[in-house]
Design a binder for this molecule. Structure first.
Ligand code: CP
Ligand code: NVA
Length: 301
């Protein structure tokens, strides 16, 4: 049987993704009630982090502990990956000793090369192009608060980055409409927009994107690896903040999400972090539950 990977949301079918969301909600309930959880004793998750992380590391590590397994943090600073050992060689070795691997890295092609040489499932824990694990948590959060996201309208406000590009995949896989408001030069990849067709539209005006939307989402203007572009990005994206006025353009029961970490006063006004319409803290916690469902799925398929 071919090994299943999770490099983008497209690696699971829409039906599998729907089931995964239901399972995430079930696992969350089990965990909260301190009921017995699925066990994968002695299973080892290798965690390769080439970029910083709070939520991703903690959620994967805690999830493996709940499953009775183990998670191993591997940083390029103290593995041979950082000294130039080829990705292909590393994949063969790491996957010969771990049961599942997650990777946070730069170019998306790195994780594709790793997966092509891995004998165990590989999970994308963020690349420059995609952040599919975050989308699992976001969709779970929407379902918990508002029910199915099918047929709804989502507005992405800001940079056309890895999160935005995973939202494009999500629009296709979970069947919703996506309005992206971004300035010229900060659009998501043209091939992704083309694949998505009419369900995804790029606009320049944030208010036009927010109008009729059931969910507003944003992310930092300078992602990890773009630290040198901060000033230019601050100028280009200045009109793309989610604030009270923009939230008022959306549907009355619209929710607001941000994958975090957030830069208050830039992509989000400080007052919105704890607004009743903000579900960002549930969204962060759901990284744990959604990824537990994902690990269980990959270890059993
Ligand atoms: N949202 C997210 O991936 O957070 P971390 O960078 O803290 O893992
Ligand atoms: N777009 C951000 C997401 C962080 C979770 C980044 O890549 O840095």
């Amino acid at each position: 049987m071919a090994v299943r990977h999770f490099l983008t949301l497209n690696d699971l079918s829409p039906e599998e993704l729907d089931q995964l969301m239901q399972r995430a909600i079930e696992l969350k309930a089990l965990h909260k009630a301190r009921q017995p959880e699925p066990q994968f004793p002695n299973y080892v998750l290798g965690m390769v982090f080439e970029k910083a992380s709070t939520r991703t590391r903690i959620s994967f590590e805690a999830g493996m502990a709940h499953f009775g397994g183990h998670a191993m943090f591997l940083s390029p600073r103290d593995t041979q990956l950082g000294r130039g050992e080829p990705v292909e060689d590393s994949a063969r070795v790491i996957s010969s000793m771990c049961d599942i691997v997650m990777i946070r890295t730069f170019e998306h092609s790195i994780i594709e090369r790793f997966a092509a040489n891995s004998s165990v499932p590989v999970i994308n824990a963020l690349t420059d192009d995609f952040h599919p694990c975050q989308l699992l948590a976001d969709i779970q959060t929407f379902i918990e608060h508002r029910g199915s996201i099918k047929g709804k309208q989502v507005a992405w406000i800001g940079d056309g980055n890895n999160m935005c590009q995973s939202y494009i995949n999500a629009a296709c896989q979970f069947d919703f409409t996506l309005k992206i408001a971004c300035p010229e030069g900060h659009e998501p990849r043209a091939d992704l927009l083309e694949q998505a067709g009419d369900r995804v539209e790029v606009l320049r005006d944030p208010a036009a994107a927010a109008k009729g939307s059931d969910l507003l989402v944003t992310d930092v203007w300078a992602s990890m690896g773009q630290e040198d572009e901060k000033a230019e990005r601050r100028r280009a994206l200045a009109g793309y903040q989610i604030n009270r006025a923009l939230l008022d353009c959306a549907n009355p029961d619209a929710l607001y999400m941000h994958c975090l970490p957030a830069k208050r006063g830039e992509e989000i006004s400080a007052d919105l972090m704890d607004d009743p319409k903000s579900v960002i803290w549930d969204e962060a916690e759901n990284r744990l539950h959604a990824q537990k469902a994902l690990i269980e799925f990959l270890l059993t398929h």
